[in-house]
Design a protein around this ligand. Structure first.
Ligand code: ZN
Length: 654
C-alpha cells in the first residue's frame, strides 16, 4: 500500500491520523472473522463512553448531527461552507466526536462554542422534528445552558484540591451525592472486604434516592443494557471463531459479567484473560480505566481488538524473559521489591479496531488488569501498539518541532538517530516492567494515595523505564544499538516534562492529567535536585534544556524511583501529595507563554487521534465468513455518522 495516507483532517487542536493493519491480509479467514465480531462488540460500546463523559452528551451529539446532516453536510464535504457560525458549528461537532462529548478529551474543560446561541437555536428549529431526539423547544431548554453557560460544570474531571470533586465534576458517574458520601460508601465496603476485594464501584452509577445511596449497575438488565445486549451478541458470535478453548472461556466469563454486573465475575474473567497467551488475537472490552472519575472508582468504557506483531514481539519478549533480573537490580529498597516477578507478559501488537475511551485518541501502551491483588498474585499483561507508534512517527517527521525546541544540532541529530527505537523501548519498559514491579508492604491500602495515586503510579513506571534504558544490559540484550542511545530518550523526556508538554495546556491552567503530571514531576524534581545536572539556558529570548551530565541524571532517576516506590509501598499519602503539588501541578507562566508562542509558529496539532478501518465481511453462500476487507478512505465525519447510524440505541426515541 504505497499510497497509504497517514494524515487526515486538521481542526482545532487536533489532527486525525490513519493506522495501517500490517499483516492483516495474511491472517486466516477464521482469524479475520474472530476479529470482525470482536470489532463489532468494540463499536457497540461507543455511546456508553459518551454518556459517562457527561449526562447530556448523547443528546447534544444527536442534535448536532441532525443539524449537520440536514443543513451543512454537503457544503462541508465540498469545502464550500462559507458562513462563520456554520463553520464553527462543524468544528464544534468534530470536537464533540473526537472527545466523546463536550469536554476536551485531555484537558477536560468544556468547549466554548464559537457560534452564537441565536444561530444555534435557529438552526435546530429548522431541522425536521423527527430527526431531533425530542421536541425542539424542550431540547433547546435542556442543552443550551449545558453548552453555552461557561460557569455550569466547566470541567469533566475536576481535581482541584479542597473542592468537592464529585459535585464539581461533570462526568456522569454520580447523581445527588457528595465526595464525602462516596468515599464513605466505598470505604466501608472496602473495610469489610477480604484480601482479594472486587473493584468496588467500577461498573455502576452511584445515586441517592429518597435519601438512600444506590448503585445503578451497568449490565444487561441495568443501565446501558440496550447497547450491552449488542456487545454480548457480538461477543457470542466471535466466540464461534475463537482460536482456542481459553479464548472461549474468557468470552463466556465476559458475557456472564456483562449479563449480571457481578464484579467477582469480572475478576475471574481478568485472571483467565491473563492465562491466554497462545492466540494471535486478543481484545479488551469493558469498564477498565478509572482516570475519568476524580475519585478513581468508576471505569470508563473502552474496547480494543488486537493481533500480535510478530516481529516486534521479539523485543518485548526479551524484556519479559529478563524481568526478574530487572526487579532484583532495581534501585529501590529491597523490602519493596517483588521476590518473584510473576507473569510479566509483554506483547507488541497491532490494533485492528478501537472504541470508547480508546477512540479516536488512544494509548500506545496498555497494562492490565488494574486490580492490585490480581497483579500481585497473577501478574499482568502488557502491550505496546506498534501500528500506532509507527503512524505517529511517520506523521511527525519533518514538522519542525525538534529543530525549534532541542538545544543544538547535535542533539537534534542524536534524537533523529535513536529517538524512535528508544521511545518504543521506553514504552515497553514502562508497560512490561514498570507497572508490574515492586510490591506494597503488608497492610498498605492500595488506594491510600487517593487522588495522587495515578500520578505516582505513572511516575513509578516511567522512572523504572528511564533507569533501565541507560543500563548496559540494554546493549547486551541487543535492545539498543550502543550505550549512547539512551541519551536521546533522557533529553526528550526532560525537555518534554519541563517545557514542551505544556503546549497542550491553556495559559493560566494547571497540569491535571496523570501522565502529564508524572512527567512534570520527574523532570522538575531532577532539575531542582540535580545541582546543575540540568540547566535552562536562554538564547535570543528562547529557553532551551541543557543536560550536562547524563550519568548523573540516571542517578537522579534512581533516587526518585526509590522514593516513589517507598511512597507507593507504604501508602505515604502526605509525601505523595507534597511531591505532586510541589513539582507536577503548577507551570511557570513565563515559560508556558514562551512555549505556546514558539509552538504556534510551527502550526502543529498538539493532539492526534486515529480513524478506524472500515471492516466488511465477505460471506460464502452457506453464510461463512471467507474474508474481511478493509477500507481506509472514510473521513472523520463519515466514520462518526456511520457509527451513530449503526451503533446507537441508548437515546430513548431510537
Ligand atoms: Zn502507565
Amino acid at each position: 500500500m504505497t499510497d497509504f495516507k497517514y494524515t487526515g483532517e486538521r481542526f482545532a487542536d487536533l489532527q486525525m491520523l490513519r493506522y495501517q493493519l500490517p499483516g492483516f491480509a495474511e491472517l486466516s479467514a477464521r482469524q479475520k472473522a474472530y476479529i470482525y465480531y470482536l470489532a463489532e462488540a468494540t463499536l457497540w460500546g461507543r455511546d456508553i463512553t459518551f454518556d459517562q463523559y457527561g449526562k447530556y452528551n448523547l443528546l447534544i451529539r444527536q442534535t448536532l448531527e441532525a443539524v449537520y446532516t440536514t443543513l451543512y453536510a454537503e457544503s462541508a464535504a465540498a469545502g464550500t461552507l462559507s458562513d462563520d457560525d456554520a463553520k464553527a458549528l462543524v468544528v464544534y461537532l468534530k470536537r464533540v466526536w473526537f472527545s466523546n462529548g463536550i469536554y476536551h478529551h485531555y484537558g477536560c474543560d468544556k468547549f466554548k462554542p464559537e457560534f452564537s446561541q441565536q444561530f444555534f437555536e435557529t438552526a435546530v428549529k429548522s431541522v425536521p422534528s423527527d430527526r431531533l431526539p425530542m421536541p425542539a423547544d424542550e431540547l433547546l431548554a435542556t442543552i443550551i445552558p449545558v453548552m453555552f453557560d461557561e460557569t455550569l460544570l466547566p470541567k469533566r474531571v475536576n481535581k482541584a484540591n479542597g473542592e468537592d470533586l464529585v459535585k464539581t465534576s461533570a462526568c456522569n458517574f454520580y447523581d445527588g451525592v457528595t465526595q464525602e458520601e462516596v468515599e464513605k460508601y466505598y470505604g466501608d465496603k472496602k473495610a469489610a472486604a477480604g484480601s482479594c476485594p472486587p473493584s468496588f464501584g467500577l461498573n455502576s452509577t452511584l445515586v441517592k434516592r429518597d435519601g438512600k445511596l444506590q448503585e445503578d449497575v451497568w449490565c444487561l438488565n441495568g443501565k446501558y443494557g440496550k447497547t450491552i445486549s449488542h456487545i454480548i451478541e457480538n461477543l457470542a458470535k466471535a466466540r464461534e471463531y475463537a482460536e482456542n478453548e481459553q479464548q472461549k472461556k474468557i468470552i463466556t466469563l465476559l458475557i456472564e459479567y456483562y449479563t449480571t454486573g457481578n464484579l467477582s465475575t469480572f475478576d475471574e474473567y481478568s485472571i483467565e484473560w491473563l492465562k491466554e497467551l497462545d492466540g494471535r488475537i486478543d481484545f479488551i472490552n469493558g469498564f477498565i480505566e478509572v482516570y475519568g472519575d476524580p475519585l478513581g472508582y468508576k471505569a470508563g468504557w473502552e474496547g480494543i481488538v488486537e493481533y500480535k506483531d510478530l516481529e516486534a514481539c521479539r523485543r518485548t519478549q526479551t524484556i519479559s524473559n529478563n524481568a526478574q533480573w530487572f526487579e532484583d537490580h532495581s534501585p529501590v529498597d529491597p523490602r519493596f521489591r517483588k521476590p518473584k516477578v510473576t507473569g510479566v507478559v509483554a506483547n507488541a501488537i497491532c490494533a485492528a479496531m478501537i472504541g470508547g475511551e480508546e477512540y479516536p485518541s488512544t494509548a500506545i501502551g496498555i497494562n492490565l488488569p488494574n486490580a492490585d491483588w490480581i497483579r500481585a498474585q497473577h501478574g499482568s499483561k502488557s502491550v505496546t501498539i506498534t501500528n500506532f507508534t509507527g503512524a505517529y512517527n511517520k506523521a511527525s517527521q519533518g514538522n519542525g518541532f525538534l529543530e525549534e525546541f532541542a538545544c543544538d544540532a547535535d542533539t537534534v541529530a542524536l534524537i533523529r538517530k535513536y529517538g524512535d527505537v528508544c521511545d518504543d523501548l521506553h514504552t515497553d519498559l514502562h508497560e512490561c516492567l514498570g507497572h508490574g514491579s515492586g510490591r506494597l508492604l503488608d497492610g498498605t491500602d492500595p488506594d491510600a494515595l487517593k487522588a495522587y495515586g495515578n500520578t505516582i503510579e505513572e511516575a513509578r513506571a516511567d522512572l523504572f523505564g528511564l533507569y533501565y534504558i541507560a543500563d548496559d544490559k540494554m546493549v547486551e540484550l541487543g535492545l539498543v544499538p550502543d550505550n549512547e542511545a539512551y541519551k536521546s530518550n533522557y533529553y526528550t523526556y526532560i525537555m518534554n516534562g519541563m517545557m514542551t508538554q505544556t503546549v497542550r495546556i491553556k495559559l493560566g491552567d494547571n497540569i491535571e492529567e496523570a501522565h502529564m503530571r508524572n512527567r512534570a514531576l520527574i523532570a522538575n524534581w531532577c532539575y531542582k535536585h540535580g545541582n546543575g545536572c540540568i540547566e535552562l539556558q536562554k538564547r535570543e529570548g528562547k529557553t532551551f534544556v541543557i543536560v550536562n551530565d547524563y550519568q548523573r541524571l540516571r542517578q537522579l532517576f534512581a533516587e526518585l524511583l526509590a522514593e516513589i516506590q517507598r511512597i507507593k509501598s507504604e501508602g505515604d499519602y502526605a509525601a505523595a501529595q507534597q511531591l505532586v503539588e510541589d513539582y507536577a501541578v503548577k507551570i511557570n507562566p513565563e515559560l508556558h507563554k514562551e512555549m505556546l508562542q514558539r509552538y504556534e509558529t510551527l502550526n502543529i496539532a498538539p493532539y492526534k487521534g486515529f480513524l478506524n478501518a472500515k471492516m466488511t465481511p465477505v460471506f460464502s453462500s452457506d453464510g461463512e465468513i471467507t474474508d474481511v476487507t478493509l477500507d481506509f478512505s472514510e473521513t472523520l465525519a463519515e466514520q462518526m455518522l456511520r457509527y451513530s447510524r449503526e451503533y446507537s440505541v441508548l437515546l430513548s426515541n431510537k
